[in-house]
Design a protein around this ligand. Structure first.
Ligand code: F6P
Length: 522
């Protein structure tokens, strides 16, 4: 296929299987995806998987079913089954932080799962409160029902709830304003538009220390206090956190602290009380179905043979594209406006989990890990950056998501939406040869298609868990810890003295001094 794939995984070349994988790439080199489709009549059947309400077609990836087999054998050699069992059992798989990563327990209906009782007690409190908000039965300090929520959080405390609210929120939802950025503009806008007497502040922070979140919370709290008085303002504050003591010290009433635990990673936390705005947006029934969808994918991931195991196959495709073919980016394209937040959500899940260059044994990695994940809904993406995917010099695999069932009745739209999604995959795969090179499409560019039967909470739950497990599987293959994020710390540390310099005349000498002076107009 004309790609340079050699030497990208030196460690794994030492296994007996790796040379076979390279051989498989060699044998595909001269073949165009078009030819593979002509030659292999059963390619679609062999390279698709259906789990619950989610269908994966990976027949347009530049590999053969046998390639997945080889990659899966490599994965087995990394003690995958043992590591997966350790994840579900609550072993301390997050070694650098000395704790488990038990997000699967949050959606388990198995009473033998670790922490089952406390998880369900906390979930029940959150769902009950969400239902009250939907019924306008939460009454503010001035006797008015709460109709607005300002949800303040960042990273995992924002992206998950925001994605689910966009995907599954309904007409009973309170008005929810998500504030993630420390830029004051969105807060100023919310404060100008909302009535503080009818507004509740959700402070969503696992640690309850994140600087941006705490400053945003203080600003909104001051606005509430200005209208209601300090004491009454606190009656409008809700905390979603794994640090209940800190929330209490902040003045949040015990009854309005919805807790989760430090063994839930931020980017895996939407199933916990961090999901409260999403619960309010979609209601108890749908949130419970979402959990069941996640649980169904957990079961599939645990039990299905590797070659028909959807998260494992997605992970193998990723390894193949990154480490064998050398493709360093992936475009995520939901053909569904309700899934508009999915690319951002996935970006954190994948890039914060897998963007590492040290392995579990503390050794520097000699191969590529996390690709750059980016995306936008189709069809808008087609009119923005898809040019580069079709004719650019870099090959960027695409991941297209479509929904089978129509969710509006307006004629023509759904068919056009899905037709465009499929047309992109076809164009990437087949290309079109012309004598006019400007208009030539080489094709042979990989894509996968995921089809959700409906835009149901169950399917969305499956989708979330699917990618969590894909990420975990890649981490096993690459021997890295997907549950820590030390790479975000240095920037946080450096921000404090720079802020100090920007706010005072105390501009120390250093690389940033000139720019600080410019920002301060000194
Ligand atoms: O700084 C990165 C990070 O820790 C993410 O992993 C996390 O989702 C986000 O910040 C928010 O953290 P918290 O929920 O503790 O405010």
């Amino acid at each position: 296929m004309g790609m340079d794939y050699k030497g990208r995984m030196p460690q794994l070349t030492q296994t007996a299987i790796w040379p076979e994988i390279i051989k498989s790439a060699e044998s595909l080199k001269a073949q165009h995806l078009r030819d593979l489709f002509t030659r292999e009549a059963r390619r679609f059947e062999q390279m698709s998987i259906y789990v619950g309400e989610v269908f994966l077609d990976y027949s347009r990836q530049c590999l053969m079913p046998q390639t997945i087999e080889l990659l899966a054998r490599c994965l087995e050699q990394q003690e995958f089954a043992k590591k997966r069992a350790a994840l579900f059992a609550g072993d301390k798989v997050n070694a650098s932080e000395g704790r488990p990563a038990l997000h699967t327990a949050l959606r388990s209906s198995d009473s033998k799962m670790p922490h089952y009782k406390e998880i369900n007690a906390s979930l029940e409190c959150a769902l009950e409160f969400a239902e009250k908000l939907r019924a306008k039965a939460v009454i503010g300090a001035s006797g008015k029902p709460i109709t607005n929520i300002i949800h303040i959080g960042i990273g995992g405390s924002d992206l998950g709830p925001q994605h689910l609210t966009a995907a599954l929120g309904d007409e009973w939802s309170p008005n929810i304003v998500f504030i993630r950025n420390v830029d004051a503009a969105p807060i100023a806008k919310a404060m100008a538009q909302l009535n503080p007497h009818e507004t509740m502040l959700f402070i969503a922070s696992k640690t309850f220390t994140t600087a941006e979140t705490m400053l945003n919370a203080n600003t909104v709290l001051a606005w509430l206090a200005n209208a209601l008085g300090k004491e009454k303002a606190m009656q409008h504050v809700v905390a979603l956190t794994a640090a209940p003591d800190k929330a209490k010290a902040y003045g949040v009433d015990d009854a309005r602290i919805f807790r989760f635990w430090d063994w839930v990673g931020g980017r895996f936390s939407v199933w916990s009380s961090i999901g409260l705005p999403a619960m309010a947006a979609m209601g108890r029934k749908k949130f419970t179905e979402l959990l069941r969808g996640g649980e169904a994918m957990d079961k599939h991931f645990y039990e299905a043979p590797l070659l028909v195991n959807m998260p494992v196959v997605l992970a193998m495709l990723s390894i193949w594209n990154i480490n064998v073919l050398g493709y360093q980016a992936r475009a995520v394209l939901p053909y569904c406006e309700a899934l508009r937040e999915w690319p951002s959500y996935l970006q954190q899940l994948e890039m914060e989990s897998l963007g590492k260059s040290i392995d579990c044994d503390g050794k520097a990695l000699s191969y590529s890990t996390a690709p750059v994940v980016f995306g936008m809904t189709g069809t808008p993406a087609q009119h923005a950056f898809m040019q580069a995917l079709h004719q650019g010099t870099q090959i960027i695999p695409a991941e297209i998501i479509m929904v089978k069932a129509e969710h509006t009745k307006l004629p023509g739209h759904h068919a056009m939406l899905n037709a465009n999604g499929l047309a992109q995959a076809e164009a990437l795969q087949q290309g079109r040869e012309t004598d006019d090179l400007q208009k030539n499409f080489s094709g042979n560019r990989p894509s996968s298609i995921l089809v959700l039967d409906t835009l149901s909470p169950f399917a969305i739950g499956e989708l979330l868990a699917l990618y969590e497990h894909k990420v975990f599987t890649e981490s096993v293959f690459w021997n890295l810890n997907p549950f820590d994020q030390w790479g975000v710390e240095l920037g946080k540390t450096l921000a404090t003295p720079i802020q100090n310099a920007l706010e005072t005349d105390d501009v120390a000498n250093g690389a940033a001094a000139s720019l600080i002076k410019r920002l301060r107009n000194l």
